[in-house]
Design a protein around this ligand. Structure first.
Ligand SMILES: N[C@@H](CCC(=O)N[C@@H](CS)C(=O)NCC(=O)O)C(=O)O
Length: 362
């Protein structure tokens, strides 16, 4: 019973928390595990020569924990610190009876990876192991965002890539919260990341912060030149390319033609940059792919609604292939708003009376 009430929650929390909170949880787990380490001394199982109640109760420690700990980069039950427990984990997981009755490692890895990457609405972790969501430690990362914002989704994609657990706080952009005005008084825009209460605004800056703060797949390239280039393309997308594409959608006549021409000019550079590559980041999604999520997802939807043709197969074959690649990546699919929801959102915006119409200014 002690295992369930004290040890497992501490181990679980150590996996899903970060920073100081994780260290505190690890310490607590180590304290309880030390009792178990002494308890098993000299025996094969907690039940002696055969598996008993404690061994069955401790199946999380023997099987689940190692899998989650590896995914989350947590080291706790090591051979040198817990020799008896480590031996027990081996004995236990090699017993035929146990092998036949626990879920295979591959299946659990896939399950937890999917949970880590799941959008906040569908994410599920067995919270009943934790007394409250506050003690989970993940609550130290909060994101003020808006579901339909490509900027906000960029940050979510970066957090998901790193496997960082966070609390999403949906903002009403037509009636901004005190929280948003307090934490981003300069721009008053989402996204804002709060890490241990400290606010960071501007999506590209937040992504770099995430990349430097948490372990996991690199979002920016390691090589300084490649890094500089990734920043260059991300900046071009934000400052030139996306505003021109956006304006091309919402303008008409001559104004629209001018905007389209400007967009085509910038898109042509991106087209060349993609030559021979699956993603801007090479074989995997990186800063520029995340930054360009508007080009890949939002733009096509708005362009179709507004009857604008820009990224065609014949004019931009590399970009068109990249849009498909992007749209078919399961990671991207899980982390972007659905087409139907965006269509409904933009249709409502188009039809809204002027006073309540809301479009991010360009
Ligand atoms: N440069 C900012 C742009 C963020 C942005 O434009 N956010 C929009 C939502 S898509 C917003 O909060 N708009 C509120 C407003 O303009 O009042 C970033 O990269 O984070």
């Amino acid at each position: 019973m002690t295992i369930y009430l004290q040890c497992m929650p501490a181990m679980w929390k150590a996996c899903w928390s970060t920073g100081e909170e994780r260290d505190k949880n690890k310490e607590e787990a180590i304290q309880h595990l030390t009792f178990l380490e002494n308890e098993i001394k000299g025996g094969k199982f907690f039940g002696g020569d055969t598996i008993g109640l404690v061994d069955i109760t401790a199946n999380f420690i023997a099987h689940w924990f190692g899998i989650i700990a590896e995914l989350m980069g947590v080291e706790l039950i090591t051979q040198d610190k817990f020799p008896n427990l480590s031996k027990w984990v081996d004995e236990y997981t090699n017993s035929n009876f146990v092998k036949e009755n626990l879920p295979p490692k591959d299946k659990l890895v896939a399950f937890f990876k999917a949970r880590i990457q799941a959008p906040h609405e569908t994410k599920y972790f067995p919270m009943d192991l934790l007394q409250s969501t506050e003690v989970i430690g993940m609550a130290e990362v909060k994101l003020l965002g808006f579901w339909a914002s490509p900027f906000s989704r960029r940050v979510e994609m970066a957090l998901k890539l790193k496997g960082v657990e966070y609390e999403f706080i949906e903002e009403n952009l037509s009636n901004k919260s005190e929280l948003l005005l307090k934490y981003n008084p300069v721009h008053k825009k989402v996204p804002v990341l709060l890490h241990n209460g400290k606010p960071i605004a501007e999506s590209l800056i937040i992504i770099e912060y995430i990349d430097q703060t948490w372990e996991g797949p690199s979002i920016l390239p390691e090589d300084p030149y490649e890094r500089a280039m990734a920043r260059f393309w991300a900046k071009l997308l934000d400052e030139k390319c996306m505003p021109a594409m956006w304006k091309a959608c919402w303008s008409t006549g001559e104004e629209q033609e001018k905007n389209k021409e400007e967009a085509i000019e910038h898109l042509t550079f991106l087209e060349s940059e993609l030559k021979g590559k699956k993603f801007f980041g090479g074989d995997t999604i990186g800063l520029v792919d995340i930054t360009a999520n508007f080009v890949a997802h939002w733009f096509g939807i708005i362009a179709e609604l507004m009857g604008v043709e820009l990224i065609t197969q014949e004019k931009f074959p590399n970009l068109s292939k990249w849009v498909d690649e992007h749209a078919n990546s399961s990671f991207v699919k899980e982390n972007l708003p659905s087409k139907d929801k965006l269509v409904a959102f933009f249709k409502a915006r188009i039809q809204a009376p002027d006073e309540t119409k809301y479009f991010p200014k360009v």
